[in-house]
Design a protein around this ligand. Sequence first.
Ligand SMILES: O=P(O)(O)OC[C@H]1O[C@@H](O)[C@H](O)[C@@H](O)[C@@H]1O
Length: 227
Amino acid sequence: MRGRGGTPVCFPQFGMLGPLPTQHGFARNRGFSLEHKTDSSCTMSLTYDGQGAAGSFPHPFTLHVTTSVEGATITQELKVSNTGSNPLPFTAALHTYYRVADISQARVEGLKGVSYRDNLQQLKEEHEQQDTIRVEGEVDRIYVNAPSSIKLVDEAGKRQLSIEKNGFPDAVLWNPWIAKAKGMADFGDEEYKEMVCIEPAMAISGPVNLDPGATWVAKQSTTASQL
Ligand SMILES: O=P(O)(O)OC[C@H]1O[C@@H](O)[C@H](O)[C@@H](O)[C@@H]1O
């Protein structure tokens, strides 16, 4: 990916689900500070004072994002602290990009029977009918109250990723496909063939209204195995 990849943190807003005019909030465009690191983990933090360029969001907070690796499992935890004196309203996501060898030979499993909001149809409610989801065109869905386990099988890459989410009720499935890929300056025209985003989220199920002084924690663990 030219400029996309990894796990941008969508906060204090997922998509346009909140008061901000900016898609996915502003945390992903800010510099985080290194708080702590070990050989297998690191914690980055972002402190927002409720003012500045994002002054339309007058709610101070601190985020801690901890990433740790153990064997074939990577765990990413988002901790939100309300450092202000009023409730902190937010939606959020870990906007995780997964590389696959060939999207036409990849499948997503674990979402059958789950309701989703289709972002390509003004958030219309649909129900997932498929055991196995193949990405064969643009897809932009928010699965509401999705199960904690989702699987991404990369047949051509001969590997499988087992995603376990905890504390994030929703899960987003996104691939921009041909036209949107061409329209994104930081994404190669052909790169849609080699990626999919599966994003644990507090989206439709939100917002959270976090009490002053309180913290909220959610995480995902992704384990890779060979097929
Ligand atoms: O281009 P952005 O702001 O990084 O967003 C990418 C995509 O992110 C997904 O989470 C959204 O559901 C999509 O609607 C959006 O297009």
